[in-house]
Design a protein around this ligand. Structure first.
Ligand code: HEM
Ligand code: HEM
Length: 185
């Protein structure tokens, strides 16, 4: 089913979840790969282009995902009041970081005067006046605070999902998997 029910995620929500997972992993892999090549080399620039393209994709996808979510029931989390409160705070923070991690970098690129290319197909022009100092601060915020915070949260989220599967032995992890169908509703 395309939409969610009270107890299961529809395929659209699952598609958004796993597509987002792939592009976020892509962004982390690409930025680490770019560091393996010398400054000014074509490979380094290529990996950075890939990093920015994945990041820009995250920024577009997150709004579409939130828009879709607003018109949908959200499956109930049956892990108890404290754990489900923690899970919704965690999910809220994940959404927030999926916005501010790429947004901080897009603003940084604007203030540094660099256009951002999306896989070499579309180019986001520079609209703002250059301010190198602020751009430098945003780079530190993006690379040293926000992106690591997203990473930590993703690991906690992953551990939470595994906890459900191996310790609580419930369907929470399984119900986000692509081909799993609820036996209930
Ligand atoms: C969810 C999306 C994104 C994630 C998870 C992410 C993650 C990261 C991480 C982890 C770093 C630090 C790399 C390091 O110092 O080892 C970084 C640096 C950087 N990111 Fe992103 N980023 C994202 C989106 C973007 C976007 C949209 C842009 C460009 C518009 C961008 C441009 C940069 C730049 C220029 C750096 C500095 C690279 C350097 O120090 O040479 N990022 N990013
Ligand atoms: C880039 C990495 C990831 C991000 C940003 C992310 C983000 C999210 C968000 C925001 C939700 C809440 C959905 C909503 O309420 O609309 C969610 C749900 C979920 N995620 Fe992830 N996720 C990531 C990776 C993973 C991984 C690796 C797993 C498991 C192996 C996983 C398992 C789940 C499960 C099982 C749910 C559903 C929880 C429930 O049914 O109550 N996620 N994820």
């Amino acid at each position: 089913m395309i939409g969610n029910t009270e107890i299961s995620w529809g395929w659209m929500a699952k598609l958004f979840h796993w597509l987002m997972f792939l592009v976020i992993v892509g962004a982390y892999v690409a930025v680490n790969m770019h560091e393996m090549f010398e400054e000014g080399s074509a490979q380094r620039d290529w990996w950075m282009m890939l990093h920015k393209s994945c990041g820009l994709t995250v920024f577009v996808l997150v709004w579409l995902r939130l828009g879709w979510r607003m018109g949908q029931p959200v499956p109930e989390n049956f892990a108890g009041p404290l754990m489900s409160k923690l899970a919704s705070i965690g999910h809220g923070l994940l959404y927030l970081l999926m916005i501010v991690v790429p947004a901080s970098a897009l603003l940084m690129s604007q203030l540094a005067g660099y256009p951002v290319s999306w896989f070499g197909l579309v180019e986001l022009p520079v609209w703002l006046d250059v301010n190198k100092e602020l751009a430098g601060q945003l780079k530190d915020l993006h690379a040293e605070v926000l992106a690591p915070a997203l990473f930590v949260l993703i690991i906690a989220h992953l551990l939470g999902a595994l906890w459900h599967h191996y310790f609580d032995k419930d369907d929470i992890l399984k119900r986000m998997l692509p081909f799993w169908r609820s036996r209930g509703l």
